[in-house]
Design a protein around this ligand. Structure first.
Ligand SMILES: [Zn+2]
Length: 69
């Protein structure tokens, strides 16, 4: 059962959520649908670059508490 970590660029909230299929994920704090998946089982996989290094420089990181760096 996949548990993904998300962060919300709108308010900087980080949260984990069980995701089934393509279920929509919204921020539990501000209900924004614009959440970003951060660390996850998918993000850690090898290959051409990582999710963390490519898209980790957003508002979530500057908000502190980010574990992708
Ligand atoms: Zn939010």
């Amino acid at each position: 059962m996949p548990i993904y970590e998300y962060c919300c660029p709108q308010c900087g909230t980080e949260f984990q959520k069980l995701v089934y299929g393509q279920a929509a994920v919204v921020c539990p704090s501000c209900q924004s649908p614009e959440v970003r998946r951060t660390l996850s089982l998918f993000g850690i996989r090898g290959g051409s670059g990582t999710v963390a290094s490519e898209g980790g420089g957003g508002a979530c990181c500057s908000a502190g508490g980010c574990r992708c760096h």
